[in-house]
Ligand binder design. Structure first.
Ligand SMILES: Nc1ncnc2c1ncn2[C@@H]1O[C@H](COP(=O)(O)OP(=O)(O)OP(=O)(O)O)[C@@H](O)[C@H]1O
Length: 292
């Protein structure tokens, strides 16, 4: 199947920050979570996808076409929700809905009203007077109701309370089920990634560490408690070793094959938590820095 979004060798320099090279593919029907340290370049990458930031190198294909050949109204097929909306303060939710809905032929008024009701959004109150969490809820109602094929969300749940985050997960899952859709979401919330993502894109200091199938990460990253002390020889995918019996690996299939071949028995094995896996991939699995 042709990807809906494809980036190859994308690079962008902003002052002393270098983004890329980025190689990324988004298939219809998938949710991709963009994860990384602060300042990794997630927001810059999302803006590049939306043609708001011009890359110096590389190509972007959206729905099979390069940017300069984009079909008219391409932006009616992809919606982008930045971390904060500019220029909304003077208006209330109902007025914003009236402006925005005109641009999107598939605008779903029923969904908008459903989300207003679900999240208890006061749509007659001016945007500037809403709390950051309620603003995020309104932003989401204004984004999802566009009913575009691709939705790009930049940290949509950072300010939300716990029940709203839970409800949003359900809303996003339902939204994905409507027809072929793709969702790209930059987030620091492990829960979002755990519950929603099919793919996880890990970024660190402008570089893309990789695009991974979440299932593969959570099945391949494991720790083993060995019955006998291990030799010094390294185990396939070895990440860390504590003492001579506790080992973590990023390639559990190969590690288990190696253990069987070497007649090494393990007492117990455990899959690593997604949060730990991301920490390892971000290269922060060593000694913790002292807080002071
Ligand atoms: N308009 C700008 N002018 C100067 N530097 C910028 C601009 N926009 C982004 N940057 C720089 O680009 C880098 C990446 O920032 P970006 O906001 O994309 O990271 P991020 O991964 O989204 O971070 P966070 O997780 O903290 O939201 C940072 O070093 C930032 O200072």
């Amino acid at each position: 199947m042709q990807p809906w979004l494809e980036m190859k060798g994308l690079k962008k320099k902003i002052d002393d920050f270098q983004l890329g090279p980025i190689d990324l593919t988004v298939q219809p029907g998938t949710i991709t979570a963009l994860v990384g340290n602060n300042g990794a370049g997630k927001s810059t990458l999302l803006k590049t996808m939306m043609n708001l930031v011009k890359p110096e190198e590389g190509v972007i294909h959206l729905f099979g076409k390069e940017f300069d050949q984009y079909e008219d109204h391409w932006n009616q097929r992809i919606a982008y929700q930045p971390q904060s909306l500019i220029g909304c303060n003077a208006f209330n939710g109902k007025e914003l809905m009236t402006f925005i809905s005109k641009w999107y032929p598939k605008w779903d008024q029923n969904l908008f009203m459903h989300l207003v009701d679900l999240f208890d959004i006061p749509i007659m109150k001016r945007y500037v007077k809403l709390s950051p969490g309620v603003r995020q809820k309104l932003n989401l109602a204004l984004s999802l109701s566009r009913d575009t094929e691709v939705m790009v969300l930049d940290e949509p749940t950072a300010q939300m309370d716990i029940p709203a985050k839970q409800m949003l997960m359900d809303v996003l899952v339902e939204w994905m089920e409507r027809e072929d859709k793709a969702l790209i979401i930059a987030t620091h919330q492990v829960e979002d990634i755990r519950k929603l993502a099919d793919y996880v894109v890990i970024m660190k200091n402008g570089k893309m560490i990789g695009q991974f199938l979440k299932e593969e990460l959570t099945t391949q990253y494991k720790r083993y408690w060995m019955e006998q002390p291990l030799s010094f020889e390294s185990v396939p995918g070895e990440i860390t070793r504590k003492g001579d019996r506790l080992i973590t690996t990023s390639r559990s299939n190969e590690a288990e094959r190696y253990f069987l071949q070497e007649k090494l028995a393990w007492i117990e094995s455990e899959s690593m938590e997604l949060e730990e896996i991301i920490t390892v991939l971000l290269g922060d699995h060593g000694e913790r820095k002292r807080p002071f």
